[in-house]
Design a protein around this ligand. Structure first.
Ligand SMILES: [Zn+2]
Length: 363
């Protein structure tokens, strides 16, 4: 098959939901089997919409937030993504001359300053997780370890400037302690460091890849179903998502989608029996945008849709602007999203736009 794509390429067609198998999410045993999640604004990129959605009208640009998330359980905490560095001009040259020419950065202070302002105890922070290695998610880590998805490190090494094409500072690779989720072919219990990587909440934790929801590989990090890291490839090597149970009995979840999609229009609205109004990955000059493996990325975007079909799951992308002004931000938390109707509210625009397109096509 050719490496050039057309916009109506079958390989990029949004995947029908009945193609995904479904493994029911394990139910909580107690009210405590949850994590608390807060969304923290960090920075913004002004982006050409045509790189995010095939439904862009022309050269319009929009502001795309870079969210960070604090995940807390008891007296331990994890940071999921950190946004853009404050000095993007000092990023490796391939970033400055590449994406930063397209995406205009409005850097912020990252999540650490707001956490400090609110008196967060950094002794609680056991882990930083990067949904993936890209420059708009990664900052110097305030935690003892950084967790990455499978195969990330191989693609980051040796780093810039040893490799002049690398987007990763070699100095960061030296400075921080990285831990990686095991390869997708790993079966059985994880015996390497990642198997016992804190935070663990209980001793004797037994981590391994399990099927969960529509994902073939997820790890139940705390062993109580409150936090899953999910293998979600396609955007770049090692891209992962996180599924977080924020209330128990009844169980409700937030799915942190990372950069699996950069726009709601790719995974929403959830298709009905009659129609599927999702955008395919946009194609410019024969190149699918922001997906290293476009077919895998298309499959992974469909997983965001399949999860969103569940009434008790709300997805949030790392750059999802539509949650701005809808959900409470840090120090508020996302636990009561269902009770507060945030999912329907953040989807109002994407549904309205899909309806408008439908009417134009019919007209
Ligand atoms: Zn990103």
């Amino acid at each position: 098959m050719s490496d050039t794509y057309t916009q109506d390429d079958q390989r990029l067609k949004p995947v029908p939901l009945d193609l995904y198998s479904w493994t029911p999410l394990p139910t909580s045993n107690s009210k405590e089997d949850t994590v608390k999640i807060c969304i923290i604004p960090t920075s913004t990129l002004t982006v050409p919409v045509k790189e995010f959605s095939a439904f862009a009208k022309g050269d319009e640009r929009e502001d795309s937030p870079c969210w960070s998330f604090l995940i807390e359980k008891g007296d331990e905490a994890i940071l999921w993504d950190m946004g853009l560095r404050e000095d993007p001009q000092n990023a490796p040259k391939p970033i400055v001359d590449g994406p930063l020419k397209e995406f205009i950065p409005h850097p912020g202070p990252g999540p650490v300053s707001p956490l400090k302002e609110h008196g967060f105890d950094f002794g609680k922070l056991k882990l930083v997780v990067f949904s993936h290695q890209h420059f708009d998610h990664t900052l110097p880590s305030p935690a003892p370890s950084i967790l990455l998805g499978p195969g990330s490190l191989e693609s980051m090494r040796p780093g810039f400037p040893k490799d002049v094409n690398s987007a990763w500072p070699a100095s960061w690779l030296k400075k921080y302690h990285f831990v990686e989720l095991p390869d997708k072919d790993t079966t059985g219990l994880w015996t390497s460091e990642v198997g016992s990587q804190p935070p663990t909440s209980t001793s004797g934790i037994q981590r391994k890849w399990n099927k969960v929801g529509c994902f073939d590989r997820g790890v139940d990090w705390f062993g109580d179903g409150s936090l899953w890291f999910l293998d979600a490839p396609g955007h770049c090597p090692g891209h992962i998502m996180a599924l977080c149970r924020v209330t128990a009995q009844p169980d409700t979840y937030i799915l942190l989608g990372g950069d699996a999609s950069h726009h709601q229009g790719l995974y929403l609205p959830v298709p009905t029996e009659q129609e599927d109004l999702r955008s395919p990955i946009p194609v410019i000059d024969g190149n699918p945008q922001l997906a290293l493996n476009p077919e895998l990325a298309t499959y992974t975007i469909g997983q965001l849709t399949r999860m969103s079909k569940e009434d008790n799951i709300m997805a949030i992308l790392a750059h999802e602007g539509q949650v701005d002004g809808v959900v409470d931000k840090y120090p508020g938390d996302l636990s009561l999203w269902q009770e507060k109707g945030w999912k329907a509210k953040k989807e109002e625009d994407v549904k309205r736009q899909a309806d408008a397109r439908k009417n134009t096509t019919r007209g």
